[in-house]
Design a protein around this ligand. Structure first.
Ligand SMILES: Cc1cc2nc3c(=O)[nH]c(=O)nc-3n(C[C@H](O)[C@H](O)[C@H](O)COP(=O)(O)OP(=O)(O)OC[C@H]3O[C@@H](n4cnc5c(N)ncnc54)[C@H](O)[C@@H]3O)c2cc1C
Length: 432
């Protein structure tokens, strides 16, 4: 075993790992990042929305040279039934001006750029190193093994930034095996389409972008959502649902995506686009109530590995970066005290608790349960709303009063107790 003890080993060169390493390096420590992919970002998939303000906080001036696609100036929400679509949209000229709120970006490009920036700041990143196990001494994690002969590395602390389904987090005893209702599986495609065609179809000024979140039929009525995000000359399109629902229904995300793409409200948006890339990826969605233990003696979890994702607000990367930063600050504190035990690293949880990360996760802690217990929210209700809209808009010889009564009758057929419970439940879940 190598005798040299590194300040820290970070496993995974995603946003959480690279941020942790940058912050450590900025504090005078020498972390080493091990990444299993050919290059940072090569194994990473996401929808594509990067929020400006939290990114600016981590990487001042990033807009000047980061590989970004389009600033997002419009957010659309769609509710699909089998043959209809209801849309709410927010498009703002304030969002169309700098400073922008959010951009689309590709992870393969962004992660590489971010890692290069970290390297320029003194961080050592080693791609094509898969950490296979942890090394232990007296009940504390003291390093990692990469599986090959010379592959043992010792460190004062190991930061696990290995993403959703962190196998190393399980080996560290920080969390049990993820349950199917705690992970969503998403299939995503990048579809090449001419920039001008994108701007015409999505009614966008040149160079500007839109984000569409699409519920209901986009997931076969399961809890989850479909999305379309506009890039410079491509679209990111995807859909996914909780693994437990996919397993129970016997459906898979590839079929779900094909079905979503063929929907009459979606197909015209992607007509003629060419498939460039396909990926399927997990998102940890257990939320606040199912967070793992975030650190142990000599080991910490950050980002997706720690389950820090806000699916309601489509935030993952900013939480990953924030947790990486806090983990590094806790390590610096531990280094000063020379104590990398649970006690020495406890500042990590304090910093997270004091930040928007835990406050937001706590606020939405009941959302998934609320929606999951009510499968009719994404099936029966959209159908009813669509039928009501169709009848309201259809001009016939029928007097309007009669149509109105018919519409009320549609909703009257719903169990009243259930509707009241849904309304109160929604208010409670949103209020947090
Ligand atoms: C389909 C989809 C859409 C999403 N959309 C958005 C969005 O629009 N906006 C947003 O903010 N978030 C989004 N997210 C969430 C976001 O992608 C994650 O929250 C974020 O990537 C977490 O960063 P991370 O660094 O913790 O993990 P990752 O980015 O997953 O990085 C983990 C890294 O660890 C490496 N690794 C894993 N195991 C090992 C090992 N044993 N040894 C060495 N290296 C290892 C991996 O190769 C990877 O590079 C989306 C996620 C998905 C799946």
């Amino acid at each position: 075993m190598a005798e040299e003890r590194l300040d820290a080993i970070v496993v995974g060169a995603g946003p959480a790992g690279v941020t942790a390493a940058r912050e450590l390096a900025a504090s005078g420590l020498s972390p080493v990042v091990l990444e299993r992919g050919q290059f940072p970002g090569s194994k990473n998939a996401w929808g594509g929305i990067l929020y400006r303000e939290p990114t600016e906080e981590m990487i001042p001036g990033f807009e000047e040279d980061a590989p970004l696609e389009r600033p997002i100036i419009e957010q659309r929400y769609m509710l699909l039934t089998s043959d209809a679509a209801m849309t709410a949209s927010y498009k703002s000229m304030r969002l169309a001006q700098e400073p922008y709120n959010a951009y689309t970006a590709f992870r393969g490009e962004f992660d590489q750029w971010y890692a290069a920036r970290a390297e320029a700041e003194g961080v050592e990143i080693y791609p094509e190193f898969t950490v296979t196990d942890l090394l232990w001494e007296d009940g504390a994690v003291v390093g990692v093994t990469t599986g090959d002969e010379e592959g043992e590395l010792l460190a004062n602390v190991v930061v696990l930034a290995d993403g959703a389904n962190s196998l190393l987090g399980q080996k560290a005893g920080l969390h049990r095996e993820w349950q199917p209702h705690e992970q969503a599986l998403v299939a995503k495609e990048t579809l090449r389409l001419d920039a001008k065609v994108i701007e015409e179809r999505f009614n966008l000024p040149e160079g500007k972008g839109a984000a569409l979140e699409i519920f209901g039929e986009s997931t076969w009525g399961m809890l989850g959502y479909g999305f379309i995000y506009t890039n410079k000359d491509s679209l990111s399109i995807g859909t996914g649902a909780l693994l437990s629902d996919l397993m129970t229904s016997g459906r898979n995300v590839n079929d779900m995506l094909d079905r979503f793409k063929a929907h009459p409200a979606i197909q015209p948006l992607i007509e003629g686009a060419e498939l460039e890339e396909y990926a399927a990826h997990l998102i940890p969605e257990g939320g606040f109530k199912r967070l793992p233990t975030l650190y142990g003696d000599g080991v910490m979890l950050v980002g997706d590995a720690a389950g820090l994702v806000n699916p309601l607000n489509r935030e993952g990367v900013n939480l990953a970066m924030m947790s990486g930063k806090f983990a590094a600050q806790a390590i610096v504190h531990a280094a000063e005290a020379g104590d990398y035990s649970v006690t020495g690293l406890s500042r990590y949880r304090e910093l997270l608790d004091d930040s928007f990360v835990m406050k937001d996760l706590h606020k939405i802690r009941n959302m998934t349960e609320f929606a999951h217990e009510r499968p009719w929210l994404f099936g029966e209700y959209p159908e009813l709303m669509s039928e009501a809209a169709r009848r309201y808009l259809t001009v016939s010889g029928k007097p309007k009063k009669e149509i109105q009564n018919e519409i009320l009758g549609l909703f009257g057929g719903m169990p009243k107790k259930r509707m009241i419970s849904d309304a109160f439940g929604a208010v409670r879940a949103f209020k947090g």
